[in-house]
Write a protein that binds this ligand. Sequence first.
Ligand code: KIV
Length: 287
Amino acid sequence: MDPNLEAVSKVTVPDILDRKLRGERITCLTAYDYPTARLVDEAGIDTILVGDSVAQTVLGYDSTVPVTVDEMLHHLKAVRRAVRRALVMVDLPFGAYHTEPGRAVEAAIRYLKEGGAEAVKLEGGRRRIEVIRKLVDAEIPVVGHIGLTPQSVHSMGGYHVQGKTVETAGDLLTDAEAVEEAGAFAIVLEGLPRELAGIITRRLRIPTIGIGAGPECDGQVLVFHDLVGLSFQNPAKFVRSYADLTGTLRQALAEYRRDVMEGAYPADRESYHWSPAVRAEFERVRT
Ligand code: KIV
């Protein structure tokens, strides 16, 4: 049997909820295209987020604010083609859920129908209750996201750790409970003191997925390009880079350039050849 056709045990939304009950950790990474999504899926990562961080990591914007629903859909489709096992989630970008909830539902339906997403993620706490409820009513699984919410970069005045005071920590706990109550099946906690993330994790029935929120969350997510060292910026404190792809790629590119300049590439073994009969015939008719 073709090994590619072997049965894979697909990760589903109920599986993610069960993990919390069983006390099993959840792994999550972002991916934005076919090769990265394929590698992430084949590594056995449980959930893949087509994050709006694509705006910075791949599209060269300086924040996540400009990326559009259509741009996200384009990347989602590429990821979907690669993934067999992981649960595929996608970010609703800034502006897609901040006006009428109906618009958010329409965008999310496109993600499920055209892009093959299995869940959508959106940022914010109590202010997002109405839209989360509407999405859940439309059978669209929702992941919340609170704390350092990058789409709010302008109102936060930069990318700062949130919940550092008793008052703001209390607000975030209330936000987390509201998101759970509205029907989200998981919640991303970003840029929080680990103590607060631990309290929220123990308080909620749904799993928490942390990024820059310490080890007590039920799962962890990282941006793919940070993990492999391909992000062209100094990594945040919470990032662990498991590879230096920037260095590896720079070296490969420099070697390619040198080989072409010196005539060392392509070599004979990298060239196609006539058969001796064609060579002889060509020489006969052309000379
Ligand atoms: O877009 C993204 O990569 C995210 C993660 C940081 C959770 O939202």
